[in-house]
Design a protein around this ligand. Structure first.
Ligand SMILES: Cc1ncc(COP(=O)(O)O)c(C=O)c1O
Length: 367
């Protein structure tokens, strides 16, 4: 006899993260490998954040403040919300999970766009909620179809803006219509992990819109533009009652002490944020020019990565790996002909370009 594993857990396909450099180098006997596979910040963390985290190590035998007090205060002030409108998580991933656990309890539906960040579906399945994937349109969220898919059994609808892996965004008009169409008892969780990289005048300001819908939840992270992916810290912003429900369910010390201190310092490092944005902006332009030159079709991106059609995504990923460049194959997202490549430093982007050009040299790429 063995302890039984529930069917929904036994059939779950765990999230496949980008492969770590160390693992790839061990396996292929390589050195100097570069990783452009997990949408991390190629500049690294803000030096001020690292200093703050290092100083916090002296207190690491103590539990952190469960309420994330100092960062909560600073962020509330910065966002113009009350402190009890914020909930912090072990990465914004935990906020996604909390939203489903609380608001899609009892087998309710979780609605999201097809080809959106995979965690929405995974968490829905894991928690025994019912995932509803809505077809996307030309790589973009179809907000009208998403609104139409929301029904009496819907608990949460996730929107990724920008979306991973497509890098696409929706603007103010589509957002306004969507917001007006969704009943107040449904949570609209807007995942804004890459919002700092968006360069679009009509990009919706969800936090400013909180008063317009009682179920609105903005989810943000320190993992991307702030370069703190390894510390695991993100947050949600919503109405106090919404946030309170999630607070009840979270682990008492879900955000570690160095992460809290690093995030607090990172918030004030405007120069690092500016440089990170600039790097991504230049990197996106570099990739666009590269793909145009190679005749590869790609999805114009508002985030720190680009989705590009290369023919056979798995084969190209493996060939790039042998050339010391880790990217992400996209078959799991329904794009077997594509790869997703993160913006790196100038040198890393150039290295990717060189290996890719060698690989595709002369060969006709499929669009
Ligand atoms: C769209 C999106 N949301 C959320 C996350 C989770 O980020 P984290 O848990 O590091 O905050 C990611 C990470 O890749 C992402 O791409």
């Amino acid at each position: 006899m063995k302890p039984p594993v529930p069917e929904r857990i036994a059939t779950l396909r765990p999230y496949q993260p980008g492969r770590p450099i160390e693992e790839v180098e061990r396996e292929l006997g390589l050195s100097g490998t570069i990783k452009l596979a997990s949408n991390e910040n190629a500049l690294g963390a803000s030096p001020a954040a690292l200093k703050a985290a290092a100083a916090a190590l002296e207190r690491v035998h103590r539990y952190p403040e469960g309420g994330v007090v100092l960062l909560r205060r600073a962020l509330a002030e910065r966002l113009g919300v009350a402190e009890d409108q914020l909930v912090f998580g072990n990465g914004s991933n935990e906020i996604i999970e909390l939203a489903v656990r609380v608001f899609a309890d009892g087998g309710r539906e979780v609605v999201f766009s097809e080809n959106a960040f995979m965690i929405y579906e995974l968490v829905a399945r894991a928690e025994g909620a019912r995932p509803v994937a809505v077809p996307s349109r030309n790589f973009e969220h179809d907000l009208e179809a998403l609104a139409a898919a929301v029904g009496p059994s819907t608990g949460v609808v996730f929107l990724a803006n920008p979306n991973n892996p497509t890098g696409t965004v929706f603007g103010r008009d589509a957002w306004d219509k969507f917001l007006a169409a969704i009943p107040g008892n449904v949570v609209i969780a807007v995942d804004e992990a890459y919002r700092e990289f968006v360069d679009l005048p009509d990009f919706p300001d969800t936090v400013a819109d909180l008063g317009r819908h009682p179920g609105l939840l903005a989810m943000r992270t320190f993992s991307k533009a702030y370069g703190l992916a390894g510390f695991r810290i993100g947050y949600g912003v919503g109405e106090a009652s919404l946030v309170d429900a999630m607070e009840r369910l979270r682990q008492p010390f879900n955000v570690n002490l160095p992460a809290q201190e690093a995030a607090l310092a990172a918030l004030d490092d405007d120069e690092h944020l500016r440089r990170s944005r600039e790097l991504v902006d230049e990197g996106r332009r570099f990739y666009s020019a590269l793909f145009d030159r190679l005749g590869l079709s790609f999805v114009p991106s508002q985030a720190n990565f680009v989705l590009v059609a290369v023919g056979d995504g798995d084969a190209v990923t493996n060939a790039l790996l042998k050339g010391g460049v880790i990217v992400r194959p996209m078959a799991g997202y329904g794009y077997p002909h594509m790869i997703r490549v993160t913006v790196g430093t100038d040198a890393e982007n150039a290295r990717f370009a060189e290996v890719l050009e060698d690989l595709l040299g002369g060969q006709e790429a499929e669009g």
